[in-house]
Design a protein around this ligand. Structure first.
Ligand code: HEM
Length: 471
């Protein structure tokens, strides 16, 4: 009789051990499947890797990390934990396929400076409607009509350089891209408004990247005041346009004409923020691309000859510039176009972008925790030999074959990709056409790069320009 409970206890112990073993194995397995943070170092407490990033060329910082940890790695910069993505698939995941899990993110001081209603700070309905509107004001149909205006800005810009004095090429190109931006936004704009906008926007531009201390005398404070004045000037332009009651096809016309499905229109502040947002997105990017093109062509005389050859044929058929460029001619500059594509790859002006995870996201077994920043690294992808053979050599001919999908993103990807990309390419083609036909230039810079925040040749690529006719 005594043996029954003992046997029972043994059986019970044996079964519970088995069960415990089974459950703990299952839990272990489950634990193993829990996504982990990507590899990488978070640097020093609080400051993270910020000093490392700012003490060396940011491209070296990113590529050193990529070599050490692979295409997805974590780091900590500017007070934020970040996951950096250097693979085309991961960038596509964040910018296209799962874009709803990530939101655009900018420092508050920058949002305030541009205007919080500018489309690139938003996602969802507001962003969708505004983007459609900006896209249609910059569509191929719309920019075709800008050709004579862009051409006359290009000619007067180049004429003002042609006397052999030293020009800061980047500054010169900024003036050009600003004027083209004004043309696309307002069509014709009275001179006094143009001058007021130019003056105040340039103060805002100087303060944008300064330390955000709002104390009298600082660049930031001056920029905040200039931003207020810009709002007032834009208010006057908007009211004049409303009084005229003429429906224009430029960006301002589109913004004034906006009505959502509930019949709501845009407020004056929303319109002003978006105008300043577009000017901001259009100016330094295009100017930097043009500055790099001048440098690359200068450094590669054979390629410059090929561009000249292509452009000379068009120039001659236009009676040496007496007739203006046509849309068809701008669409048929195949070699110059490839030079632009290759310059955008080499310089990778927008080297990366920022998003923020709105929920915990799992990608390829890695966890991207809610609130972490995510940075698709366009430049690292553009300079990866797996996608671009000998990435450090400037070779426009590589674009005779289309790049692999999602490996070429000078204008970004997905719902926030650049709506101004066709205008940017058009203005570059027009400027190059007149530049190579009318001028020759000597670069005086050392070839070093500085970041402002986009990469530009040091000191804006000082250069001397001479009229070719006077040779
Ligand atoms: C070479 C010149 C340019 C380059 C390299 C460039 C590059 C880019 C990139 C990479 C983005 C996406 C940023 C992101 O995903 O976070 C972007 C967005 C944008 N760009 Fe450009 N851009 C250029 C010229 C222009 C021009 C000429 C305009 C307008 C006239 C413009 C207007 C915009 C706007 C409004 C956005 C925000 C779109 C959105 O958030 O939906 N860009 N640009």
């Amino acid at each position: 009789m005594d043996t029954f409970p003992t046997t029972f206890i043994y059986i019970f112990l044996f079964l519970s051990t088995l069960l415990y073993y089974y459950i703990s194995k299952k839990q272990n397995k489950k634990h193993k499947q829990t996504p982990k943070l990507p590899p990488g170092s978070m640097g020093w407490p609080y400051i993270g890797d910020t000093l490392q990033l700012y003490s060396k060329d940011p491209n070296t910082f990113f590529s050193d990390k990529q070599k050490r940890y692979g295409d997805i790695f974590k780091t900590h910069i500017l007070g934020c934990p970040c996951v950096m993505l250097a693979s085309p698939e991961a960038s596509k995941f964040v910018l296209v396929n799962s874009a709803n899990l990530f939101k655009p993110t900018y420092p508050k001081s920058k949002e305030k400076m541009i205007g919080p209603a500018a489309l690139f700070f938003h996602q969802g309905d507001y962003h969708y409607h505004l983007r459609k509107l900006v896209q249609s004001s910059l569509s191929l149909e719309a920019i075709k009509k800008l050709i004579p205006g862009v051409e006359s800005i290009a000619i007067s810009t180049l004429d003002s350089w042609a006397n052999g004095q030293i020009i800061n090429t980047f500054h010169g190109m900024k003036k050009f891209s600003f004027e083209v931006g004004i043309l696309a936004i307002f069509g014709h704009l009275e001179n006094h408004y143009r001058e007021e906008l130019k003056k105040n926007y340039s103060i805002l531009d100087k303060g944008y990247n300064s330390f955000p201390t709002n104390l009298p005398g600082t660049a930031y404070h001056k920029a905040v005041l200039a931003r207020k004045r810009l709002g007032l000037i834009l208010g006057q332009i908007i009211n004049e346009r409303k009084e005229k009651k003429v429906l224009e096809n430029d960006l301002l016309g589109h913004l004034l004409n906006f009505k959502n499905e509930k019949g709501q229109i845009l407020t004056e502040d929303q319109i002003a923020d978006n105008i300043i947002g577009v000017l901001f997105a259009a100016q330094d990017t295009t100017a930097s691309a043009l500055t790099w093109i001048l440098k690359y062509l200068h450094d590669n005389p054979k390629l410059l000859e090929a561009v000249k050859e292509e452009q000379k044929t068009i120039y001659l058929s236009n009676e040496k510039g007496k007739k203006g460029l046509t849309w068809a001619q701008t669409r048929n500059m195949p070699f110059t176009y490839k030079v632009i594509l290759e310059s955008l790859r080499m310089a990778s002006i927008v080297s990366f972008t920022f998003r923020e995870a709105v929920v915990d996201v799992e990608y390829n077994g890695y966890l991207i925790p809610k609130g972490w920043k995510v940075m698709p690294l366009f430049r690292n992808i553009h300079h990866n030999p797996e996608y671009f053979n000998e990435p450090q050599s400037f070779d426009p001919y590589r674009f005779e074959v289309a790049p692999k999908p999602n490996t070429y993103m000078p204008f970004g990807n997905g719902s926030h990709s650049c709506p101004g990309n066709e205008l940017a390419k058009l203005e570059m083609l027009i400027l190059i056409h007149h530049l190579v036909n009318k001028l020759r230039w000597e670069v005086l810079g050392s070839g070093e790069v500085e970041y402002s925040p986009f990469p530009v040749p040091k000191n804006g690529l000082p250069a001397r320009f001479y009229d070719r006719a006077g040779q």
